[in-house]
Design a protein around this ligand. Structure first.
Ligand code: SAM
Length: 289
């Protein structure tokens, strides 16, 4: 069965009385080239174990199953269970799990269900929970890469460089852990129902080593959040507003000590610059260290 052919999908869904749920971000792919190209981009081999979030009716799952050692597909909507049993019959290396992926311990799941395999994520994500999902993939710390379709604007934010309008705290979180690449875009007419937004596929490759040395990673992200919570302010003003223990004079001192103009805005700084500032603030907050 061609799982992206509308003439085959419609009768299948009708036979099972399936109704699309907007709140679950259900937009299924209807252009064969898209799941093929996503699966191709994920760099799968026999020793790869793929976590897929939201198999839907299984069009991407089938492509992943052909290329990887095993696919663990986690779907929240139980109404898809009888459909997937039919569409993926014979795909012996696919394990389906009906659960909310946001409630699972992903590192434990990988240890238990993808043992001995190189774990990666590959999925067409439900767009309403993209940020919590990406944060969960990054903080699980076990995935070699994450190849996912997301809303195009989100993809641009993940890959944004310092100084651009899309650059923000989330770009820095992603770029701290991974090297992101925007691979290709996908128009709304490749889905049913058609989403209002354009989509893009990104690949996030886990870094072998962190992009900059830093003493205290939690403090680094406090500094980044402070800078972007008030991105129109200078970094000095944003720091003393966002980090209660730091006075304006101290903020000015650390920005200069890290080698920057005290009038600079946070949005102009690359991750290495934030790391230097976090280290200088750390010396003020914990002078004995
Ligand atoms: N993979 C299919 C495709 O490309 O045609 C469907 C992708 S659709 C954009 C997103 C899928 O994620 C839906 O099947 C939806 O039910 C599922 N989903 C939504 N929230 C989820 C969650 N928290 N945990 C697991 N699956 C979820």
């Amino acid at each position: 069965m061609n799982l992206t052919d509308l003439n085959q999908i419609r009768p299948l869904l009708e036979r099972h009385g399936f109704r699309f749920s907007r709140s679950l971000g259900q937009n299924f792919l209807t252009a064969a080239w898209v799941p093929e190209r996503i699966a191709e981009s994920a760099g799968l081999e026999e020793n790869t174990g793929v976590l897929e979030v939201g198999p839907g009716i299984g069009c991407l799952t089938a492509e992943l199953s052909r290329r990887a050692g095993k696919v663990l597909a986690v779907e929240l909507d139980r109404a898809l269970k009888p459909i997937l049993a039919e569409t993926l019959a014979g795909a012996d290396n696919v394990e389906l799990l009906f659960a909310d992926v946001l409630k699972l311990d992903l590192a434990q799941l990988v240890r238990e269900r993808l043992p001995g395999l190189r774990p990666v994520v590959c999925a067409n994500l439900p767009y309403n929970v993209t940020s919590p999902l990406l944060t969960a993939f990054l903080t699980a710390g076990c995935f070699e890469s994450v190849t996912v379709m997301v809303q195009k604007e989100v993809a641009q934010r993940l890959c944004a460089r310092a100084g651009s309008a899309e650059y923000g705290a989330f770009s820095l979180l992603v770029q701290w852990h991974t090297e992101p690449e925007l691979l290709f875009t996908v128009p709304p007419d490749c889905f049913v129902p058609r989403p209002k937004v354009h989509s893009a596929v990104v690949r996030l490759r886990r870094r072998e080593s962190l992009p900059a040395p830093v003493e205290d990673e939690a403090l680094l992200f406090r500094v980044i959040r402070a800078a972007f919570n008030q991105r129109r302010k200078t970094l000095v003003n944003a720091l003393c507003a966002g980090i209660g223990e730091v006075t304006k004079e101290e903020a000015e001192y650390v920005v200069k000590k890290a080698g920057f103009d005290p009038k600079i805005r946070g949005e102009a700084l690359e991750i290495g610059g934030f790391a230097k500032i976090a280290d200088e603030i750390g010396k003020i907050l914990k002078p004995d260290l």
